[in-house]
Design a protein around this ligand. Structure first.
Ligand SMILES: Nc1ncnc2c1ncn2[C@@H]1O[C@H](COP(=O)(O)OP(=O)(O)OP(=O)(O)O)[C@@H](O)[C@H]1O
Length: 418
């Protein structure tokens, strides 16, 4: 038998468990979809249409609901000769400023018209906005502009002042732009100035986290399609739903859990997916999450983590702040990086604590020693070293920490497990 054989035991069609899969219907969102429909109805009635702002935590169906509504809107608008509707979608996940969003939007609009893209650099912001309004105005009637994950632009939100009022401010004459902003960052929404909030979020639709019953209902049709008959034990879908509901209420998490559980059964070459596979899958996903959390830290975050790994490898944990700080400064020197104050290092440590990467203990030794904090890793040292080894700047230091750890026998598992 070869190393890779096509699976015929577990998955009938894994596509319904893929992130890009578009389900036939949107479940458990009747109230939100009805509100969405009311917000878009004026387009069909040829009336002025408000901008719409969707918010809710990740995996709560904002994107899938928007795709669903827009495809119905486009389809139904075709029945009316006096409606000329276009829709453009800009995913802002890799765009960190209004300028970049404006250029992407210009290019999406030009694509619709079969024109070449403009360069992503070299214009003044005002120039890009002028080009944007010109491109918009070349569209006939209504353009629905979806700005997905709009919070990525952070404070650079000029586009959110101009675009939603382009018509009322006379920047465009012929076209009616309707903005659909999507965000999973509540702070971004709170931080918007009242002026932006008033126009961008004229109609707000909240997507709350799903409960276990809702997740079960979302998972079931996908599970039926994805797995061969009789492969899933009856408690698998309810367990995926319950675990995800308790954690984040995200449909994405529930779907990933189900897929990962299927993959574990597949790897064991058995034709039954059980609750144990789901629990194993959850461990795997949590491990991945922590790993990603560690990879995404800033350089200062990595240095602080590295200093703690140093003490962990010498079996000197929990370690007091002042000893940890000394090691932190020494690593900064070795890396030729600037060091920050003890207070800032404590801020980084509290971030690491919030991410679940370290444990913090508050000690009170009375008058003689006073109050102080001690720290230790809350993830295996192996995992931390694996992350540090993958960052070229830290490679050498991580290798020497690893050698120390091997000497002291403090590594728990094979580093390649992470
Ligand atoms: N009500 C639903 N019915 C069917 N599938 C759903 C539903 N809600 C979410 N999903 C599925 O869950 C996954 C995540 O949904 P979606 O991408 O729409 O979430 P989101 O709120 O846009 O998340 P993010 O903020 O991270 O972009 C997708 O695979 C989507 O198809």
């Amino acid at each position: 038998m070869g190393m890779f054989e096509r699976d015929r035991l577990v998955f009938a069609d894994a596509e319904p468990l893929d992130d890009s899969y578009e389900p036939e219907d949107i479940r458990e969102r009747d109230k939100e979809l009805a509100k969405y429909q009311r917000a878009l109805q004026p387009i069909i009635d040829n009336r002025p249409t408000s901008n719409i702002f969707l918010y809710g935590k990740t995996g709560t169906g904002k994107t899938v609901a928007t795709k669903f509504m827009l495809s119905h809107l486009e389809h139904d608008a075709e029945k009316y000769d006096d409606i000329d509707l276009s829709t453009v979608w800009v995913g802002c996940e890799n765009l960190s400023s209004s300028y970049q969003v404006a250029v992407s939007l210009v290019n999406e609009l030009r694509l619709e018209k079969g024109k070449d893209r403009i360069s992503t650099t070299g214009y003044s912001q005002q120039r890009v906005f002028d080009i944007l309004y010109d491109e918009l105005d070349s569209f006939g009637d209504t353009v629905v502009i979806v700005l997905d994950e709009i919070d990525n632009i952070g404070d650079s939100d000029d586009i959110l002042y101009g675009l939603p009022r382009a018509r009322s401010n006379g920047y465009v004459e012929d076209v009616q732009p309707v903005i659909v902003g999507i965000s999973n960052d509540f702070q971004f929404r709170e931080g918007l100035s009242p002026k932006v909030k008033d126009t961008l979020a004229e109609k707000e639709i909240l997507f709350p986290p799903y409960d276990a019953n809702q997740l079960r209902s979302i998972l079931q049709p996908r599970a039926t399609k994805a797995f061969h008959d009789g492969v899933l034990e009856s408690d698998v879908v309810p367990l995926c739903a319950a675990l995800s509901a308790q954690d984040t209420g995200s449909a994405r998490q529930a779907i990933r859990l189900l897929r990962e559980a299927g993959e574990l059964a597949q790897a064991e070459d058995i034709a039954t997916v059980t609750a144990d596979h789901v629990r194993g899958a959850q461990d795997e996903l949590e491990k991945n999450q922590l790993y990603e959390g560690m990879q995404e830290l800033t350089t200062q975050g990595h240095v602080v983590l590295c200093a703690l790994a140093h003490h962990e490898a010498r079996d000197e944990v929990p370690v007091r702040s002042r000893d940890l700080y000394e090691q932190y400064v020494s690593i900064c020197n070795q890396l030729d990086a600037d060091s920050v104050s003890g207070r800032r290092v404590r801020d980084h440590l509290s971030d690491l604590n919030m991410l679940g990467l370290i444990n913090v203990y508050e000690r009170n030794e009375g008058l003689s020693a006073g109050r102080y904090h001690e720290y230790e890793l809350n993830v295996p040292l192996d995992a931390v070293l694996n992350v540090l080894l993958s960052i070229s700047r830290f490679e050498e230091i991580a290798e020497s920490i690893e050698a120390n750890a091997n000497q002291n026998n403090v590594l728990q598992s094979d580093i390649s497990d992470y």
